[in-house]
Write a protein that binds this ligand. Structure first.
Ligand code: MSP
Length: 652
């Protein structure tokens, strides 16, 4: 983001509608939202775009599997993304869908222009195509001569008539762009990778398909009704069609984009194809393409098949949206992979937010109330605290730079250093002692210093935690506005007077594990992966999975009698059971079977129980075992003894 420009345009990738939103999608969107909010507050004319990517074979196949038309399916999932972003108060200016008529027209105009320029020609394509990744691979790139290097699924050989984009023509121009624009790709380490890749040579790109029809048709003038556009050509164009490209062009003054956020997995599309398309269209190139890393969960790669995907809504509901936003932005240096763990999130909430930020506000309201009837006057701050003000100003100097270079975690780290200056000043100057000594002016200067620091920090954190900052600013009696941003941040001034209002504790301590573990879903999804895994892998896995009889007996299976059963409030799946395993006390077991059994029907019945599972907490409640069940398309059944057995009878 250049500080000199008036307009700021920020984009996220458009999300595929074959999946629901997960933490990775939320991450990109939250970063973009933070930049957009900050830019608006700093006075830039800002446009923030997000949306959904809805064409391609993968989407039409997902729709078919669900017995829906592609359009119905796209409408449903796109709607879910939009609802989630609305729930998250994401301040997008436009939510684009690639099925929007204006988008389709814009893409056709772009295709026509590139064709007229001589950058598109007709040929025949033969390659190894991975449907889930919507990508062609060369034979060299395949794993074991057959499998997709990205997702491991089998590829198929596709030979079809296709239009090609002369990507090779743009090789030198791309290299020149990378070399002349230090920060065009962020982080810089990624730029080197891309530059080396392009230096290795680029092949022309197949940009139309005839093997399916869920896509944007070629322009009518081409008279090619069987061809639809390659999804990546269609999708990348969203960044300009959203501004009216090829139609009314009403917002094209926002182009070129300042920051285009992407995940590292889609950086090549954005830093090679996209600028080449733009060069062909004679449009300027984006200022920064910024690639973030991937999130793992508790150290493991997140995937639907592992059933460990973090649901951003669930986290935000459990811990608070602002805390979640802060965690995502603070925890990981931009560009690096990050790990999501509830412990790390709780530590951030309790320490950074509760101790450093929340407590400081309490201290301001406590001291101002006790000594000055909540009235603050800054007139003597510079006289007694120029040293602290200078320290704060040095930190403020760097903040812009961090943001503009996508070092958001450093931006936050330095804001926390500013908070430390405030917290330390209280200890160093002990306003309570000053009051005792009758040095009221000095005590007031200290409380006013802290209040000013808190006001500056609020202006800087509004983009990160808008809800909590609204409460803090209300308590400080200071409006979050561009006027105050200019005054307190840009011009380094102080507020003259204000009146503090008390607020409830902003970040109460969090102790408990609140998230549900996706137990049954995990099982379901494991089944799904098995289906999806390449055949070779599957048989290998089966061999590896053979166990000895001793290993089998490591699992303690017993007959349990369900003596009590209750629904777990707010849970769609869980029932809380008391199960007698003949141990002289009942065990509490949480079972995800509510959709298939009512609590009353279970009482007095028996089931097979895994009795030596490590106890786990589900929704904050202890579960000391697992009921065995089998599930197919007709539903789920508990595994039970054919005739009643004594509670605790061993199963072998
Ligand atoms: N539709 C394309 C983008 C087209 S843009 C013209 C696409 N969609 S996606 O839904 O599969 O992915 C969207 C974004 O989510 C990507 O930037 C991807 O990197 C990001 N993430 C997906 N899983 C992720 C994590 N586990 N962690 C962080 N981000 C990840 O690609």
């Amino acid at each position: 983001m250049e500080q000199t420009c008036k307009n700021v345009y920020i984009t996220t990738p458009i999300y595929y509608v074959n999946d629901i939103a997960h933490i990775g999608h939320a991450y990109t969107t939250i970063i973009a939202d933070m930049l957009a909010r900050y830019s608006r507050l700093a006075g830039y004319n800002t446009y923030f775009l997000t949306g959904t990517d809805e064409h391609g074979q993968k989407i039409s196949q997902s729709a078919e599997q669900r017995g829906k038309t592609s359009q119905e399916y796209a409408d449903e999932i796109s709607g879910k993304f939009r609802t989630l972003w609305d729930d998250f108060d994401i301040t997008y200016d436009k939510f684009i869908r690639t099925t929007d008529e204006e988008h389709k027209l814009g893409v056709q105009k772009a295709f026509q222009k590139m064709f007229d320029k001589g950058d598109i020609y007709k040929g025949e394509y033969e390659g190894f195509y991975c449907v889930p990744c919507e990508t062609f691979f060369t034979e060299k790139q395949l794993v074991d001569e057959e499998f997709c290097p990205e997702c491991g699924r089998p590829t198929s050989i596709v030979k079809e008539e296709s239009y090609f984009f002369k990507l090779s023509k743009y090789e030198d121009k791309l290299i020149k762009w990378y070399e002349e624009n230090e920060d065009c790709i962020l982080p810089r380490s990624k730029k080197n990778e891309i530059t080396n890749f392009v230096k290795g040579g680029l092949k022309d790109l197949s940009i139309s398909r005839t093997s399916f029809d869920w896509g944007v048709k070629l322009p009518e003038s081409m008279n090619e009704p069987k061809h639809v556009m390659y999804v990546w050509l269609d999708a990348l164009m969203n960044y300009i069609t959203a501004l009216g490209y090829g139609d009314k062009e009403e917002n094209m003054n926002f182009w070129p984009a300042n920051v285009q956020l992407v995940g590292k997995d889609i950086l090549r599309f954005h830093s090679i194809y996209w600028p080449a398309f733009l060069m062909s269209l004679d449009l300027p190139l984006p200022k920064h393409i910024a690639a973030h890393g991937w999130w793992t969960r508790d150290g493991q790669k997140m995937s639907k098949s592992k059933g460990n995907v973090v649901n951003p809504k669930e986290v935000a509901d459990a811990y608070g949206l602002d805390a979640f936003r802060y965690f995502m932005l603070r925890e990981v240096p931009f560009g690096q992979d990050g790990d999501f763990s509830q412990k790390a999130l709780m530590d951030r909430i309790n320490s950074d937010l509760g101790n450093d930020l929340g407590n400081l506000l309490n201290r301001i309201s406590g001291m101002s109330g006790k000594y000055f009837d909540f009235k603050i006057d800054s007139k003597d701050v510079s006289k007694f605290h120029q040293k602290e003000l200078d320290e704060v100003n040095v930190l403020l100097d760097n903040l812009d730079g961090y943001l503009y270079n996508m070092q958001i975690n450093r931006y936050l780290e330095d804001i926390w250093k500013i908070l430390t200056i405030a917290n330390k000043a209280i200890g160093d100057y002990e306003p309570w002692a000053k009051m005792k000594e009758g040095k009221t002016e000095e005590a007031m200067a200290l409380v006013a210093l802290i209040t000013n620091i808190m006001a500056k920090v609020s202006l800087l954190l509004d983009s990160v935690m808008p809800e909590k900052i609204a409460k803090i600013s209300e308590s400080l009696g200071i409006k979050i506005s561009n006027e105050n941003f200019t005054k307190l941040i840009t011009n380094r001034e102080l507020i003259s007077t204000t009146t503090i209002t008390k607020v409830d504790q902003l970040f109460p301590r969090i102790e408990e594990i609140l998230l549900t573990q996706p137990s049954n879903e995990k099982e379901e999804q494991k089944q799904e992966t098995k289906k999806e895994t390449p055949k070779k892998e599957e048989s290998k896995e089966e061999d590896d999975n053979l166990i000895t009889i001793d290993q089998f007996f490591e699992t303690s299976l017993k007959i349990g009698t369900i003596v009590e059963a209750q629904e777990v409030p707010k849970s769609k799946k869980l029932l809380k059971l008391q199960v007698d395993l003949g141990e002289g006390r009942n065990r509490q077991i949480l079972a995800g079977i509510k959709e298939f059994y009512s609590a009353e029907d279970l009482v007095g019945t028996q089931a097979c129980v895994v009795a030596n599972l490590k106890p786990a907490k589900l929704m904050g409640m202890l579960s000391e075992g697992m009921l065995m069940a089998a599930k197919d398309e007709n539903g789920l059944s508990l595994i039970r003894p054919e005739a009643p057995k004594k509670s605790g009878t061993k199963i072998s």
